[in-house]
Design a protein around this ligand. Sequence first.
Ligand SMILES: [Zn+2]
Length: 82
Amino acid sequence: MATRIKKTRTFSKGCALQVLGLPLPFVGALIGPIGSIAGTIAMLVLVFIGARMSTTWYCGQCGSPIAGKRTKTCPNCRAQFD
Ligand SMILES: [Zn+2]
């Protein structure tokens, strides 16, 4: 049984996306209550996408990148994940 290794990159496109999304509720609030709600939703979407983009999974046996934590087998070395 091999293990999956999770790596979170701090300085990535995903992280930049999250930073970009943070002021959106405040920008939306300038327009009005609807803008504030829309800004909050947009921020949450950007933070969610950003978090997914900045997380990468690797095979614990050969170190090659894998699709995600639901991946059952390594495409490179065929190791089975638990
Ligand atoms: Zn592997």
